[in-house]
Design a binder for this molecule. Structure first.
Ligand code: GUN
Length: 299
């Protein structure tokens, strides 16, 4: 049976490191890190994520501001809010929760965020920095996955990593990180997606699978090489009449099948999710340090 990679535990360690970082910053006479979270509309999943993010901020001693607006807000209105956060010295990180309503051009909003406060790492300046190997903000979920691999002592060098999904939030950046030189990198990377042929065969060749395609239980046990490391990024609601809510959350991996074949696997929930939040906090702490003229605290 596979080892379960405990994202709650690893993210707890990171949050403790961040708490210590905040204490050090404040003891040095600097402002605590400040995160602004902008939520448009009432998408239940987005509301739940935003709640977790603001709670996590409070726990590590950040200043946080949750800005909620109705789905009817105009694009100009939202751009103005972003600009106010760009100009606010108490705010070091700005997160606009996605998806946004259809009448708002998400890319335009992302590009309005000051790249120095873009703790989601979605601005083309930060995406470009990642591409060419310059320091910058790395998207939180991919950064959290690398941190999980490193902190569990998973060897990545020379391994074949198959990334399922090609989104800007997960697929593309995690592929970049796995292929780059150094710790948690040096993989041979295949990006597979909805148009990939023979996806089963490709998965069977993977030493590491990153599943981020948004399809419930897509990765079956038969697609996994014995001993492979499986990172499940999916959060899908499936009907469950035994649950009070009428649904439950499952990943992009068929966990019950996969744990019989894999060497290690992340659960859903309690795997990648808490890591994403921890890395958001770390990006925000780094932004606050930079704005105080302090060097990066990352190794
Ligand atoms: N929606 C789903 N994941 C994310 C994320 O990491 N950041 C933002 N801003 N929105 C999201």
């Amino acid at each position: 049976m596979a080892t379960i990679i405990d994202g709650k535990k690893i993210s707890g360690e990171i949050r403790n490191e961040i708490k210590a970082g905040v204490d050090e910053l404040v003891a040095g006479g600097h402002r605590p890190p400040g995160l602004a979270v902008l939520l448009v509309g009432e998408n239940p999943a987005s509301m739940a994520y935003v709640r977790s993010k603001t709670r996590a901020c409070a726990e590590v001693g950040f200043h946080s501001r949750q800005i909620n607006r109705p789905a009817s807000i105009s694009e100009e209105g939202l751009l103005r809010l972003v600009q106010e956060c760009n100009d606010d010295p108490e705010i070091h990180g700005i997160l606009v929760q996605l998806p946004l309503p259809e009448h708002i051009d998400s890319q335009k909003i992302i590009e309005a965020i000051d790249p120095a406060k873009d703790v989601d790492g979605f601005h083309p300046v930060n995406a470009g920095r990642l591409m060419v190997g310059l320091p910058g903000f790395v998207p939180c979920t991919p950064a959290g996955i690398i941190e999980m691999l490193v902190r569990t002592g998973t060897e990545t060098s020379g391994k074949h990593a198959v990334v399922l999904g090609r989104s800007n939030i997960v697929g593309k950046p995690i592929a970049q990180l796995l292929a780059r030189k150094g710790r948690g990198g040096d993989c041979t990377v295949t990006i597979a997606h909805s148009r990939t042929r023979n996806i089963e065969e490709i998965c069977q060749q993977a030493d590491i699978i990153i599943a981020a395609i948004g399809r419930a239980r897509f990765v079956k046990g038969s697609m996994i090489k014995p001993g492979a490391v499986i990172i499940d990024v999916g959060i899908n609601r499936v009907e469950d009449e035994n649950s009070e809510k009428g649904y439950r959350l499952v990943g992009d991996v068929d966990f019950d099948e996969a744990e019989k074949v894999a060497g290690a696997i992340t659960p859903v929930p309690g795997g990648v999710g808490p890591m994403t939040i921890a890395l958001l906090l770390r990006n925000t702490l780094e932004s606050a340090r930079a704005s105080s003229g302090l060097p990066s605290s990352l190794r």
